[in-house]
Ligand binder design. Structure first.
Ligand code: PMV
Length: 374
């Protein structure tokens, strides 16, 4: 284990040592498949180099994932040259996405100076429909970060230890998209320093699977697509608005308190406490959007109709079925695997008809990313 791993705090990975010798590694490729995640305690508000204002915890998804391949070729470069990149999203050029990746890779050359010594061709493919309105940054950026760490391991023989590898991948993913830091671990993962999560850090996420009750490891997540349109306000703009938000400090304190309430529930299989916190967090996130200046609303009428239906069904059936929302109008319906039959019968008859084009994604808690060896 190298000394950087023992103290991987802000800036600890910034070292100029990761430079390739002239004739090493002329070309090659790495591929990772990495899932999206759904936050139960939401990260909303950031500062500095993508550091969170509050701790968060998420379930790692299974069906919703991105597969990313980086093909690299050594190139001659002069000191002033930036990143040489060609990016194909689902087989086609995607200029906006390419610009974001180019900017991100250029911003981490303090950590990975070798990136400037390569020409990169990146292929990124999502398992979920492009137009489903599902946030893809967590899966896309975690897959990219994992590929970068595989390159580091391959070039420099570092990161041989699995936990060291995943810590760094989470750190790099965080720099690309905060929520992506949580996608590198199976089942559940926590990001942001919190007294009740051993080893937790603002710099990277840590796994939260060991203490997790078995019923949460098989948790289902039915994603009901209410609208597949692009969001009117991006997450980055939302985070920014938290900087002047009148409720910001109360919100950050609340997130910490809710972590303290949620963690024992996750350990003991207490679905009622879990569900109450998950729903309140989802509505708090959207309430913060509605109360920011300027205010905005990402839910649609059908989001509210579906929330009513789910709460009504829960009251009538007594079954543990709850909802969450990401920064968008689509609903994530959460329930234990053992009740999947009854709950999915209800979703099919009452909820799916209200989805856009009847589209929903049957997902569940997943086992985390996978390296695809060529
Ligand atoms: O990772 P970002 O910057 O796209 O922020 C995502 C924030 C939420 O998805 C709304 C909440 C979360 O913790 O994932």
């Amino acid at each position: 284990m190298n000394e950087l791993y023992l103290h991987p705090m802000s800036g600890a990975y910034s070292n100029a040592k990761l430079v390739l010798n002239t004739s090493d590694h002329p070309q090659g490729s790495v591929t990772w498949k990495s899932p999206s995640n759904l936050a139960i305690i939401k990260y909303w508000g950031k500062h500095g180099r993508q550091l969170p204002r509050n701790p968060s915890i998420s379930m790692t998804l299974n069906a919703a994932h991105t597969t990313t391949t980086i093909h690299y070729r050594r190139r001659e470069m002069t000191a002033s040259e930036g990143i040489s990149l060609e990016l194909l999203f689902e087989g086609k050029p995607a200029p906006k996405f390419a610009e974001r990746i180019q900017g991100f890779l250029g911003s981490i050359t303090d950590i990975y100076p070798f990136l400037r010594q390569l020409h990169l061709t990146i292929h990124s493919d999502n398992s979920f429909p492009h137009s489903s309105g599902i946030a893809s940054s967590a899966s896309a950026m975690s897959a990219l970060a994992l590929c970068l760490c595989s390159l580091e391991r391959h070039f420099f023989d570092t990161l041989q230890d699995k936990s060291e590898f995943l810590t760094k991948a989470s750190y790099i993913a965080r720099l690309a998209s905060g929520s992506a830091s949580r996608s590198v671990y199976p089942y559940m993962s926590a990001w942001g320093k919190h007294g009740d999560v051993p080893g937790s850090s603002d710099d990277y996420a840590v796994p939260f699977a060991e203490l997790l009750h078995a019923s949460f490891k098989t948790m289902r997540n039915a994603i009901l697509i209410v609208s597949s349109g692009t969001k009117t306000v991006s997450s980055s703009a939302g985070h920014e608005l938290m900087e002047t938000h009148p409720y910001a400090s109360t919100r950050y304190a609340q997130a910490g308190q809710r972590m303290s309430q949620l963690l024992p529930a996750l350990q003991h299989g207490d679905w009622a406490t879990f569900g109450q916190i998950a729903e309140n967090e989802a509505l708090t996130l959207h309430a913060l959007m509605m109360a920011s200046n300027p205010s905005y609303i990402l839910m649609k009428p059908a989001s509210l109709e579906l929330i009513d239906l789910i709460r009504g069904f829960r009251a009538d059936s007594g079954l543990p079925v709850y909802f969450s929302l990401d920064a968008g109008p689509n609903l994530h319906v959460l329930y234990p695997d053992e009740h999947a039959m009854e709950i999915e019968a209800f979703l099919q008859s009452s909820c799916i008809p209200k989805c856009e084009d009847g589209v929903w994604i049957s997902d569940k808690c997943g086992t985390g990313p996978e390296e695809i060896l060529g």
